[in-house]
Ligand binder design. Structure first.
Ligand code: VG1
Ligand code: CO
Length: 543
């Protein structure tokens, strides 16, 4: 096998964001762009030499081509074995599981997750460490530093591996093992969830709808819900992964999966529905005429953990990202376990999970997960909910309403201002940071500010510090507005404004969320001077 050393020069913009490096497909298609980044991974992670690498992606446009490039470069960089999903597919949680099962030195996941795909869409690449989780900041920084010093990359001169054929293939000294992308993951789910109880619940006539949004979750949902659990074949829709996600936006929320919200409002609606994002690590949970917010979903799972075989012995602790509503905090306080608040991004849960301090965690961005892998896990979350429905013999809305009655309701919404100029996004954040010292004590939109800061996190396990993780403004009485800029977008800036208000009184719980948050929304607009800095009177996406 000939190994070529191709001269190259650094690209200035290869800095990973909240979850890997994401750019327009056209950027990744430039000569040497992907290659430089992959070479930087091999340079920054010497443990990959002589070891196993897990590889797969969400099937978006350019996946097929990029996966062959990574294989050729792995062979040239002395990787011993690549474990890759058939046709180059692996969901993010399945990749995390395979890394752990195979004791791999790491994994490369080709995905831009919830970002749109297709030739004009986005592509992405992410490195996961030996624990199965997204690389922590010190590793992504090392990779970024390596990208800045690239002067060549190594690649083997070999033919494409036939990724349709399960089994071992040889590329020089390196073995490429093509595996079924679903097998190991499905086995893991069977060990965690009460499949008999869910199967019986389905046999009793309950109906479900699982929506793959034409992304990588489809094959997992088809195998697990239809083949293994016996849901009727029509229960799994949009299950075929397509390079452009059928021109949809693989972001499971009430805006981009509005068709599901509508379907669940019809008289013939099923009892339960869920949808997953591009790489199937996100989940949206719906009941008949009811959408569960991700923050509530986390809180409900925490409160009912002992009903799930995975958590039969209770929870050591839970964690949520800072902007996620504090509904789960109330459960932790009532039931006496720890609750951690981390910056946005799954990489911050890794140390807590590894140390056994937490067993369950989640983000407001439709992400829920636990200690069985080191990624959020969409299909698992849907299974947990079905397990709860079967165990409690109640509907989705009954379970959530009962939860609110017991713990109070944290009304919650996220307002996204997309496609802002970088300057406008920065201007909002800078102005906010400039005000932090003087906000406390002022009354905004009639609400006195109790506390204002820029969230800084010290990891309780390894002591690493991550500063400037978002501006928090807390009002007296517990309402809150949080501001941060997205770290996953590929065009301009996206401002995210997270809004929350607690209501203990059950007579308030039926209110419309935006209505209930009206004053917090007004206060956030005023504090952030959003109209002045962005020229936008309203958010583009409200979830
Ligand atoms: C967003 C979400 C964050 C999530 C990240 C990756 O990041 O807010 O909670 O972890 O996406 O999710 P940001 O920086 O754009 O707010 V995924 O499913 O796109 O990998
Ligand atoms: Co995702």
């Amino acid at each position: 096998m000939a190994i070529l050393n191709i001269p190259s020069t650094p690209f200035p913009d290869q800095k990973p964001g909240t979850s890997g490096l994401r750019k327009k497909v056209a950027v990744f298609q430039q000569p040497n762009y992907l290659e430089n980044f992959v070479q930087a991974i091999f340079q920054a992670i010497p443990a990959l030499r002589g070891n196993t690498l897990v590889l797969g992606g969400d099937g978006r446009f350019h996946n097929d081509c990029a996966v062959q490039t990574v294989i050729r470069m792995a062979a040239a960089n002395s990787v011993a074995r690549v474990v890759v999903g058939r046709t180059g597919l692996l969901s993010t949680p399945a990749a995390s599981n395979l890394i752990r099962q195979r004791r791999a030195a790491g994994g490369i996941i080709l995905s831009a997750s919830h970002n749109p795909g297709g030739p004009d869409g986005d592509f992405g690449i992410k490195f996961n460490e030996a624990n199965g989780g997204p690389a922590p900041e010190k590793t992504t920084q090392a990779i970024h530093v390596a990208t800045q010093g690239i002067n060549s990359y190594a690649i083997s001169e070999t033919a494409d591996v036939d990724l349709d054929r399960i089994g071992n293939h040889q590329v020089g000294d390196m073995t490429v093992e093509v595996v079924d992308p679903v097998d190991d993951y499905a086995r893991l789910m069977q060990a965690l969830v009460d499949f008999d109880a869910v199967g019986d619940w389905l046999k009793a006539g309950h109906r479900v709808q699982l929506d793959g949004l034409h992304a990588v979750g489809g094959p997992y949902a088809a195998r697990i819900f239809a083949d293994l659990l016996g849901a009727t074949p029509g229960s799994v829709v949009n299950a075929l992964p397509l390079p452009d996600f059928g021109q949809g936006h693989p972001d499971p929320n009430p805006v981009y999966a509005a068709h599901l919200v509508e379907a669940m409002a019809r008289p013939d609606a099923p009892d339960f529905a869920a949808a997953f994002d591009g790489d199937a690590d996100r989940n949206m949970i719906l009941g008949r005429n009811f959408v569960v917010t991700p923050s509530d979903s986390l809180a409900v799972l925490a409160a009912n953990a002992r009903l799930l075989p995975q958590f039969r012995d209770g929870l050591a602790g839970v964690a949520r990202s800072m902007p996620t509503s504090r509904a789960v905090d109330r459960v932790a306080a009532a039931q006496g376990f720890d609750c951690y608040e981390t910056p946005t991004g799954w990489k911050f849960f890794g140390t807590l999970l590894d140390a056994g301090r937490i067993a369950l965690c989640g983000e407001e961005s439709y992400g829920t997960g636990a200690n069985h892998v080191r990624e959020k896990d969409g299909v698992w979350a849907a299974l947990c909910w079905l397990n709860l429905l079967a165990a409690r013999r109640q509907s989705v809305s009954e379970i959530v309403r009962e939860h609110w009655a017991k713990f109070g309701r944290n009304f919650y919404s996220r307002h996204d201002y997309e496609g802002l100029s970088l300057e406008a996004g920065e201007a909002v954040m800078q102005a906010l940071r400039g005000k932090l010292a003087t906000l406390a004590g002022q009354a905004i939109a009639g609400m006195p500010v109790a506390l204002a800061d820029d969230f800084s996190y010290t990891d309780p396990v390894d002591g690493s510090v991550s500063a400037k993780q978002g501006v928090r403004v807390e009002f007296e009485g517990g309402a809150r507005a949080v501001f941060r800029l997205s770290g996953t977008g590929t065009e301009g800036a996206t401002l995210r404004v997270y809004l929350e208000r607690f209501a203990a009184d059950v007579t308030e719980h039926g209110q419309d969320t935006q209505q209930a948050l009206q004053r917090v929304i007004a206060a956030a607009g005023e504090i952030g001077e959003i109209v002045r800095h962005t020229g936008r009177a309203e958010a583009d996406v409200v979830t």
